[in-house]
Design a protein around this ligand. Structure first.
Ligand code: FAQ
Length: 328
C-alpha cells in the first residue's frame, strides 16, 4: 500500500492529511529496528517527499558534476590521465542513472526530474557551480570532492530506504576509484615542479570554501536534518560529516606541505573537534539558488543536451511501442 501521493513541483499542494498514527508508529518501529523500507511499503507522505527531494538533488549533482571535469578530457596531460578521466566522467553519469531510478520508485518520473533541473526548480550540489580553471582543479575535485562525497554516501548507505541505500553502496565502490585517481593527480602536482605546486595551491585556495559548504549549512541552520535523521535517511548531521572530512583529509593536505586558506583551522586536541572560520553562508545560499559563477552555463549545457537527445528518446519510445504492439 502506498502512503501519501507524490505532489509534482509547482502543483498546488493539498494540505497533508494527518498520518494514520498506528501506521506511523509501525513505520517508525521498523526504522528503529534497522529494517529497510521498500517502494511498496507504507510510508508517510513527508518521508516520500523528502527522499524524492534528496535523491533527485543527488542525481542532478552527478550529471552536472561531470561537466567541470568533462571540459578537461581533451586537455588532460597524457593518454593514461585522459583515459582515467573519461572513465570517471562516464561513471558519474552512470551514478545519475542509478539515482534517478531510485527516485522513480517513489513516484516521480525521470522526465519531471530533468525538467525541474533545467527549469531551475531543483537544486544540485553547490560545488559544481564553479569553473575548473586548470588541471589542478581536476585534482582537487577528484581527491577532495570525491572524498567529501564518500564521507556522506558511506554513512547514508546504511540508511532506511532500500533502493537509495543499494544505489549508494554501488556508487561508493566507484567513488573510491575516483578518489584514488584524484589523489594520484594531487600528489603528482604537489611533488612536481614549483609551477605545478603553485597551480595546485591556487586551486586549493579557490575550492576550500565551496568544499566547506558541500556538507550543507551548519546544524543550527539546517532545515531538514532533524526529520531526516529521525527517519534514518541522513545518518549523520551536516556538522558531524564536515568534522569527519576535516579529520581525515586536512592532515593529508598538510603532510604534502600545502596550506589551507583559513588561519583559524586547527584541531582542538582536548575535544577532538576541528575549529575553523565559519564559511560565508550568504555566498552558499546565493550559489545554490542559481546565482553562482557557473549556474547559468551548467543549466544551458544540460538544456542543449536534452534538446539534442530528444530524437533518440522519441525513436526509443516508438521502438518500445512497436515491440509491445502485436503486428497486424
Ligand atoms: N548544495 O536542511 P539542509 C558528488 C540545500 S554528489 C546545494 O541541511 P539536507 C559526486 C538543501 O537542499 C554531491 N544545496 O538539507 C561527484 C536545502 O534546500 P531545499 C551531492 C544544498 O538535505 C563528485 C537547504 O540547502 N551529494 O559530489 C547543499 O538535510 C565529483 C537546507 O539544507 C548529495 O546530494 C549543497 N551542498 O542536507 C560528482 C548527497 N547543502 O532542498 C562529480 C545526498 C544543503 O530545502 C564529481 N544529499 N543544500 O530547497 C545529502 O546528503 C543532503 O541533501 C545534504 C544537505 C547533506 C547535501
Amino acid at each position: 500500500m502506498y502512503g501519501g501521493g507524490y505532489v509534482p513541483v509547482g502543483a498546488e499542494e493539498p494540505k497533508a492529511p494527518a498520518e494514520n498514527p498506528e501506521l506511523l508508529a509501525q513505520f517508525e518501529a521498523r526504522i528503529a529496528r534497522g529494517e529497510k523500507i521498500e517502494p511498496r511499503d507504507w510510508m508517510p507522505a513527508a518521508y516520500r517527499k523528502q527522499l524524492i527531494r534528496m535523491i533527485e538533488q543527488h542525481a542532478h549533482s552527478e550529471i552536472i558534476g561531470s561537466l567541470p571535469e568533462g571540459t578537461w578530457i581533451t586537455r588532460a596531460p597524457g593518454f593514461r590521465r585522459k583515459l582515467a578521466l573519461m572513465a570517471k566522467v562516464q561513471d558519474e553519469v552512470g551514478h545519475a542513472q542509478l539515482l534517478y531510478s531510485a527516485a522513480e520508485t517513489l513516484g516521480k518520473s525521470r522526465e519531471e526530474m530533468i525538467n525541474d533541473l533545467i527549469n531551475g526548480k531543483s537544486k544540485y550540489s553547490n560545488v559544481f557551480n564553479y569553473p575548473a580553471e586548470t588541471w589542478a582543479d581536476v585534482a582537487v575535485i577528484g581527491f577532495l570532492i570525491d572524498a567529501a562525497a564518500i564521507v556522506n554516501q558511506v554513512a547514508n548507505s546504511k540508511g532506511s530506504y532500500g533502493p537509495y541505500c543499494r544505489a549508494l553502496e554501488r556508487i561508493c565502490y566507484e567513488e573510491s576509484f575516483h578518489l584514488k585517481q584524484g589523489h594520484s593527480v594531487f600528489v603528482w602536482l604537489a611533488t612536481g615542479t614549483p609551477m605545478q605546486r603553485d597551480m595546485l595551491q591556487q586551486a586549493l585556495n579557490r575550492w576550500w570554501e565551496p568544499i566547506m559548504h558541500f556538507f550543507g549549512p551548519s546544524d543550527k541552520m539546517s532545515q531538514h536534518t532533524e526529520t531526516l535523521m529521525r527517519w534514518k535517511v541522513k545518518m549523520a548531521s551536516n556538522d558531524v560529516m564536515r568534522q569527519q572530512f576535516l579529520n581525515m583529509y586536512v592532515p593529508k593536505i598538510w603532510e604534502l606541505g600545502l596550506t589551507l586558506p583559513d588561519p583559524q583551522l586547527r584541531k582542538d586536541e582536548t575535544t577532538g573537534e576541528w575549529l575553523f572560520t565559519e564559511p560565508n553562508w550568504d555566498t552558499f545560499f546565493k550559489v545554490i539558488n542559481g546565482d553562482g559563477p557557473c549556474n547559468r552555463e551548467r543549466l544551458a549545457v544540460r538544456k542543449v543536451a536534452e534538446e539534442r537527445g530528444a530524437w533518440v528518446r522519441a525513436a526509443l519510445s516508438r521502438a518500445d511501442a512497436r515491440f509491445v504492439t502485436p503486428l497486424a
